[in-house]
Ligand binder design. Structure first.
Ligand code: SF4
Length: 489
């Protein structure tokens, strides 16, 4: 490796979900702690990280395509180093080095905190693949404690649990992320307090199944004479009662009461585990956003059973009704898979009915793609006809957009509180902000507004995917140190 006065630079390509984006922030934090700086582009970076996903087929196809292109770049610049991390690294292991000999480090989901150490090791000994089958220490289980370089200064993700104890037949997560482990309650509160002191005003609690947070924080982890470590695990208020433990509702209430935190979001809850106390905590803590992401996956009981989702369509709609009854002005979004193996036209019609009944604000709809290593991937003889699936996908989109548009039109004339995110991606003359319901609002402002600013906007127009409005008032400017001002014409 050539030695220059310039610090080496890095770039990270992230595939997949928010959990992965948060892991990328951690890897960025580790690289910056090692003296690297953010590169202007992926192509010019000295260290390129591919933080991969294997949940959806197109994410892994995309990754192998991008990785292939970096082979030529590396031939031109042999100093370039390439790290592959994330779910696909965990699943494919040695296959990545076999398919792409230009990769320097392959690191899995349980040892992401070792990424930089492995990079140093690869400089001494050549390419290295290190995958752990499970987290071997606390640092590995909860790498949230690592230095993080956040993408946005006023908003932060906080991992509250890792892994998943469910067995959804299409999902590779339990295999690549392991059993569900809740992050200690006291430690989470300390992290959110630190984030607030740093100027963060919005946090998103992350987990594969946030509603089951705390189930593993049992009293067995506490002794008769509790120590400060016990208090950090379960929270001081539960130490006197050895049967009690903090659950997700307690966590929501506790973090939403931390000074300076204006908005608390979370993703994703599993419908079967949504409890009344979570609904009550959302309803009674104003900083918890009135937005519930509630993954349906299918409206057919037969398909839900094949998927091992643990609820029926009727039970799902009952829980949704309870959430809407309990939480004022609740926005609801969902995930739906179209063309699950064995899905008939009749099954799909049930999905259309439940989708219409649920009146979603928006939905992430996916065409089923088999993930190797899952039960669903083995149901080859029941895979659906692609043309029928494409047709179903379009019909579902129409139903989703109908309710989304109706929900959005109903907001015209209202004054919404938004947090400014920055210039709109399509038109830099326009600013974008987000409401507590997680709706995007595009608006014009005659003055510069920093990202993170809390403001109000009058909603003047709506489409299925966003709202348009006019700035009414700036409520409070962002407390974080902004590197540049966001302006609009
Ligand atoms: S709840 Fe199901 S879909 Fe979600 S991570 Fe767990 S196994 Fe996967």
């Amino acid at each position: 490796m050539a030695v220059t006065d310039q610090p080496r630079s890095y770039a990270i390509r992230t595939y997949g979900c928010q959990m992965n984006e948060h892991d990328s922030e951690r890897i960025a934090g580790l690289l910056e702690a090692d003296g690297l700086v953010l590169a202007d582009s992926d192509e010019s970076a000295d260290v390129v990280v591919f933080n991969t996903c294997c949940i959806r087929e197109n994410a892994d196809n995309k990754f192998y395509g991008h990785l292939g292109r970096f082979k030529t770049l590396k031939e031109e610049r042999p100093d370039m180093e390439i790290i592959v991390s994330g779910c696909l690294a965990q699943k494919d292991r040695d296959q990545i080095a076999a398919r792409a000999g230009h990769v320097d480090v392959v690191v899995g989901t349980h040892n992401v905190h070792r990424a930089v150490e492995l990079l140093h090791e690869s400089r001494r000994n050549g390419p290295i693949t290190e995958i752990w089958d499970e987290a071997l220490d606390d640092e590995a289980t909860f790498p949230s404690a690592l230095a993080v370089r956040r993408e946005v200064d006023w908003s932060a993700w906080v991992t509250i649990q890792v892994g998943c104890d469910n067995t959804c037949a299409y999902c590779i997560v339990p295999a690549v992320r392991g059993r569900e482990i809740s992050r200690p309650f006291g430690e989470l509160l300390t992290e959110v307090e630190r984030l607030s002191a740093d100027g963060v005003r919005e946090i998103t609690l992350l987990g594969q199944n946030v509603n089951s947070y705390g189930r593993d924080l049992t009293s067995a982890r506490r002794s008769l004479e509790p120590s400060s470590e016990d208090a950090a695990i379960v929270g001081a208020q539960w130490l006197d009662d050895r049967r009690a433990r903090p659950l997700f509702a307690d966590l929501l209430a506790a973090v939403s009461n931390i000074d300076g935190i204006d908005r608390v979001r979370f993703t994703s809850p599993h419908p079967k585990d949504l409890r009344e106390d979570t609904i009550a905590a959302m309803a009674s803590n104003p900083s918890v956003c009135p937005h519930l992401h509630f993954p349906l996956q299918s409206g057919s009981d037969r398909v839900l059973a094949l998927m091992h989702r643990g609820y029926t369509a009727e039970r799902y709609l009952e829980k949704l009704a309870a959430a809407r009854a309990g939480i004022e002005d609740l926005a609801v979004t969902t995930d739906i898979i179209v063309g699950y193996p064995g899905e008939t036209e009749e099954d799909f019609e049930r999905t259309l009915e439940v989708t219409a009944a649920a009146e979603y604000d928006s939905a992430y709809t996916f065409i089923f793609s088999p993930r190797e290593g899952t039960e669903a991937a083995d149901m080859v003889d029941q895979f659906c006809d692609p043309a029928a699936v494409a047709d179903r996908f379009d019909r579902l989109r129409v139903v989703v957009e109908r309710s989304a548009l109706a929900k959005h039109m109903a907001r015209i004339g209202r004054t919404e509180t938004i947090i400014v995110e920055g210039p709109s991606k399509r038109d830099p003359e326009v600013l974008s902000g987000r409401t507590s319901q997680n709706k995007l609002v595009h608006f014009r402002s005659d003055r510069p507004l920093r990202s993170g600013t809390l403001a109000t906007a009058l909603i003047t127009d709506a489409s299925p995917h966003f709202l348009r409005g006019e700035l009414v008032e700036v409520l409070s400017v962002s407390r974080h140190r902004t590197r540049f001002a966001v302006t609009a014409g």
